[in-house]
Design a protein around this ligand. Structure first.
Ligand SMILES: [Zn+2]
Length: 62
């Protein structure tokens, strides 16, 4: 009856649902990404955002 609306908090980095452990991020990985931004000098240097590995990653080596 008193059902509270579920506030979907998304990861500030990738937009995935946050986890209680790593909020406001979804995982430690995204938390590290944010930290790296700060350590890089106040967002002066754009952090290298690595995409998550796809199911089929084409081999870069020939
Ligand atoms: Zn994330």
């Amino acid at each position: 009856m008193s059902e509270k609306p579920v506030s979907e908090r998304k990861c500030v980095i990738c937009g995935k649902p946050q986890t209680e452990q790593y909020k406001p991020f979804c995982s430690k990985r995204c938390a590290d990404v944010d930290l790296n931004r700060w350590f890089s000098g106040g967002y002066a240097i754009p952090a290298v955002e690595e995409d998550e590995p796809d199911d089929e990653a084409p081999p870069g080596r020939t």
